[in-house]
Design a protein around this ligand. Structure first.
Ligand code: ADP
Ligand code: NI
Length: 219
């Protein structure tokens, strides 16, 4: 990236940190930071545009719909206004907005305008941050925030939930592994993402085995 692009990235970091101050821990600045670093790592291996990937990663959760009564147009609108304030070329803005609109797990059944390599990368990085040790930590943090039970052997997981059911579900945090976290490894786009997902997936399986064993007082 050149000097003027680096300057835009700095401004974007400031803007995003400001906008997300006070966000719950699943979508706070540190989630953005991790997705950004992970996206860059994948982008270097996949020969993608580092500027578009960086902007897309930094802006991908700018106004998470869950905290705006489900209005999913807010994120892209906030991002668009910000990108225009930076006087960026239209093709860059279009590439970044395509990421912001279509990166979310919840939107997986809707088709993006174009499945750019940059979108595929940020989507992989966002999914990876919901897996492994960090994914486990985020799930329990989110479950606590929502007042959910950690685990209840009487409530079965439902991996085929629709988008509306997924949002409203009263399921437990352990069930969230079967409803989302363990499905992510088969949804990765890039080869680099797939490799990383596999490791994080195995770590979650190991965690679950230990969890059930401790639950039963066996270890
Ligand atoms: P995304 O931002 O990728 O669309 P979400 O907003 O659904 O994903 O989830 C953000 C984080 O909160 C993820 O780490 C996810 O696993 C976690 N999370 C979402 N729903 C639940 C839930 N019902 N129970 C536990 N964790 C959840
Ligand atoms: Ni995210």
């Amino acid at each position: 990236m050149n000097d003027s692009e680096n300057k835009v990235i700095e401004q974007t970091v400031d803007f995003v940190r400001q906008e997300l101050s006070g966000a719950e821990s699943g979508h706070d600045w540190w989630h953005i930071f991790r997705v950004w670093k992970l996206s860059l790592r994948i982008a270097k291996e996949e020969n993608a545009d580092l500027f578009v990937v960086s902007l897309g990663a930094l802006l991908h959760d700018i106004a998470d719909a869950k905290f705006h009564e489900g209005d999913e147009t807010i994120g892209p609108r906030v991002a668009e206004t910000f990108l225009h304030s930076q006087s960026l070329p239209e093709n860059i803005i279009a590439g970044v907005l395509n990421i912001v609109r279509f990166v979310s797990f919840k939107n997986r059944k809707e088709k993006p305008e174009f499945l750019s390599i940059e979108l595929q990368i940020v989507q992989d990085a966002d999914r990876l941050d919901a897996m492994g040790a960090l994914g486990i930590a985020r799930a329990f943090s989110y479950g606590g925030f929502k007042g959910r039970e950690m685990y209840n052997p009487d409530i079965a997981p439902d991996p085929d939930m629709s988008k509306a059911e997924y949002k409203q579900s009263k399921s437990t945090t352990i069930n969230h592994f079967y409803e989302k976290l363990l499905l992510l490894k088969d949804m990765m786009n890039t080869d680099t993402g797939k490799k990383m997902a596999w490791q994080r997936h195995r770590f979650m399986e190991k965690f679950l085995r230990q969890f059930y064993s401790e639950w039963e007082g066996k270890s």
